[in-house]
Design a protein around this ligand. Structure first.
Ligand SMILES: NC(=O)C1=CN([C@@H]2O[C@H](COP(=O)(O)OP(=O)(O)OC[C@H]3O[C@@H](n4cnc5c(N)ncnc54)[C@H](O)[C@@H]3O)[C@@H](O)[C@H]2O)[C@@H](O)CC1
Ligand SMILES: Nc1ncnc2c1ncn2[C@@H]1O[C@H](COP(=O)(O)OP(=O)(O)O)[C@@H](O)[C@H]1O
Length: 579
């Protein structure tokens, strides 16, 4: 499990630690982790020369960390510059850097931000690693000048270097030459100290310009921006420097790892049979989208449902049964239902069928997953329920557009005119939380990072899926996985004679999201574990997964990889013995 805490909480814990330690002891430990990371990245470049590092230094302790880091690197013969961008940089850090032979560059800060930024850009040219020590946890609001212009220019320079690299790579087929790791990683890598400058929001939102990092070496504990989107899309690989802080307050967000999923997963034992493993009922597809049900049903079956029942239009039933002959067309008992993928609002018969199943599930307090068409038909469906309440075991799976539509429909925004998709994408946690408050349901807000939010619970955020997973039908596969997970959870509770709680269901749903993302990784040819080894500083530079790693996939490839993803989770989870 990866846990992120509020920045203010972490700062307080760090202050307590620093107060009882010798002068700059904690800062040197933090700087050591930054230096170690830079040295590893440079070593992986396979250079004939020693390598060059440029630190961008702001006025606080974040800049102090950067200065001590370059001092350490300079002592191991790496060429280092520190660009001082504040009138009063950390004095002992500056002294240490100077003593170690770091070249201190002091642009004239009375000049225009552009002139200062150009001086920075000139220093950065040709370096291997940029250490971002402008602003850390002490940052307040959007970056001020000259930092904003410095960051804008450095970003532009990095993009140009990336383009030049791209052109070189495109030429390689003519020469038959395949670029090696060192050539591929020629663009300077950005190592952020604690947090990329400009990313400071506690909820993952991003205000203004920021400097995206390839690696973020974070101190003490993970800050919200390390896991919450959209900020989390700019932290790169996160490495945690354990300063020995203890934090007793609840997390801001959590992410399940393979071992957690292995623990949460229902596995059949000798006394189990198809009914105790969970029966999933799927209502998907319509005359407009006849084949959506195929993906939902197959995904549910491959996730390990004891049985999958399917209801849909006649032509769709034929398609489902020819692809998954194990599916059952006859109605009957079920432990969880999935309503909505490929459901058209114009298909009254199907909406009526979904409404009937919803009433059955609601009356029996069974989990139900509502996706796509069921979200669009919200008013028609939910108004049929007693009190118009969907209940705590409902799981809503909108993407940002659907979430915006539903929030608008529920009157959740403060502005007239409703909520837009862009607003949800800019503040996904805020809006997923709002949606969960308005409905009382578990909300799975899908995206590159998928949030799983339940009222009053710590949100889960899962980052496993590669961007290749954003392909038509991928959400149908997720919905199929989730209904199987929900059916298994309900069946297990029934066996134990206990009520399935919303918190337990939310955790299992997060595990289902992990399986979807991991299956997509495997299908795309990536290793199952996303290289975000937050508890290790020793991860190699090759482990930094570039954007675009892997290969295109289609949704059915994800289904095929589901069993392998589950196998991986179970192997990482506990050994289970009878009794
Ligand atoms: N607190 C601690 O005990 C420890 C802190 N450490 C480091 O210290 C950092 C926190 O240090 P500080 O509290 O000095 O804060 P920072 O160094 O993060 O930021 C403060 C500086 O940034 C400026 N600033 C704030 N908001 C800005 C904005 N929007 N635009 C431009 N400039 C802005 C301030 O004027 C000030 O100069 C951490 O991120 C971490 O890197 C580590 O050394 C570990 C121990
Ligand atoms: N950039 C991305 N990176 C990772 N996963 C993504 C990305 N974009 C979309 N996804 C995932 O792909 C799925 C798309 O679901 P959805 O939008 O409902 O598609 P469809 O309706 O075609 O099935 C979701 O699980 C989402 O999290």
């Amino acid at each position: 499990m990866i846990s992120a805490f509020d920045t203010a909480t972490i700062r307080q814990a760090e202050y307590d630690l620093v107060a009882h330690a010798p002068l700059d002891h904690v800062m040197k430990k933090a700087a050591g982790a930054v230096a170690e990371t830079c040295a590893q990245l440079i070593a992986a470049r396979d250079l004939a020369r020693a390598g060059r590092v440029v630190a961008l230094v702001g006025g606080g302790d974040n800049g102090g960390d950067a200065l001590y880091a370059v001092a350490m690197l300079a002592r191991s013969a790496i060429e280092c510059d520190a660009v001082i961008l504040h009138a009063e940089p950390h004095p002992r850090g500056c002294q240490a850097a100077e003593d170690a032979g770091v070249h201190l560059v002091r642009p004239d800060l009375s000049r225009s931000p552009r002139a200062v930024a150009q001086a920075v850009a000139r220093t950065v040219i040709g370096c291997d690693v940029i250490i971002d020590g402008l602003v850390g946890t002490g940052g307040r609001g959007a970056l001020r000048e000259p930092f904003a212009t410095v960051v804008t220019l450095v970003r532009a320079g990095l993009a140009d270097a990336g383009d030049r690299l791209g052109r070189t790579r495109r030429q390689s087929p003519q020469t038959g030459h395949r670029p090696g790791t060192s050539e591929r990683s020629r663009r300077p890598l950005v190592v952020a100290v604690d947090t990329p400058s400009g990313l400071g929001g506690e909820d993952g939102s991003v205000a203004g310009v920021h400097l995206p990092a390839d690696v973020t070496v974070t101190m003490g504990a993970l800050k919200p921006q390390a896991v919450l989107p959209p900020a989390s899309y700019s932290v790169g690989q996160v490495r945690l420097c354990d300063l020995g802080v203890t934090i007793s307050t609840p997390e801001r967000a959590r992410s399940l790892g393979a071992g957690d999923v292995g623990c949460a997963w229902s596995v059949p034992g000798p006394s189990d049979h198809k009914y105790t493993r969970g029966v999933a009922q799927v209502v998907a597809g319509s005359t407009e989208y006849p084949f959506t049900g195929v993906m939902c049903v197959e995904a549910a079956a491959r996730t390990g449902a004891g049985m999958v029942r399917y209801s849909g239009p006649a032509e769709a039933s034929l398609a489902v049964l020819s692809r998954v002959p194990e599916a059952v067309g006859a109605p009957g008992r079920f432990q969880a239902c999935l309503l909505g993928p490929g459901l058209s609002e114009r298909d009254d018969a199907r909406i009526e069928q979904a409404g009937e199943l919803m009433r059955t599930a609601h009356a029996a307090n069974l989990p139900m997953v509502l996706d796509a068409g069921a979200l669009r038909a919200w008013r028609r469906l939910v108004s049929q329920l007693p009190g118009g309440e969907i209940g705590p075991l409902a799981v809503l799976t909108p993407h940002a557009g659907e979430a915006a539509m539903l929030l608008t429909h529920l009157g959740a925004g403060s502005q007239r005119g409703g909520i837009s998709r862009a607003e949800v994408e800019a503040e996904p946690l805020r809006w997923a939380t709002r949606l969960t408050e308005c409905t009382g349901a578990i909300v799975v807000l899908k995206g590159a990072a998928t949030l799983i939010v339940a009222p009053g619970e710590i949100p889960y955020v899962q980052h496993q899926a590669p961007a290749w997973a954003g392909t038509a039908g991928s959400g149908d596969v997720l919905a199929g996985i989730l209904v199987a997970v929900a059916a298994a959870a309900q069946a297990q509770s029934e066996q134990a004679g206990a009520e399935l709680t919303q918190a337990d269901l939310a955790r299992r749903i997060a595990a289902g999201v992990w399986v979807h993302g991991t299956a997509a990784r495997l299908a795309a040819g990536l290793r199952p574990d996303r290289p975000a080894a937050v508890d290790a500083l020793s991860v190699q530079a090759e482990d930094v997964e570039p954007i675009g790693a892997g290969a295109p996939i289609i949704a059915t490839d994800i289904i095929a990889a589901v069993p392998q993803a589950i196998r991986h989770a179970l192997a990482a989870g506990p050994l289970r013995y009878a009794g």
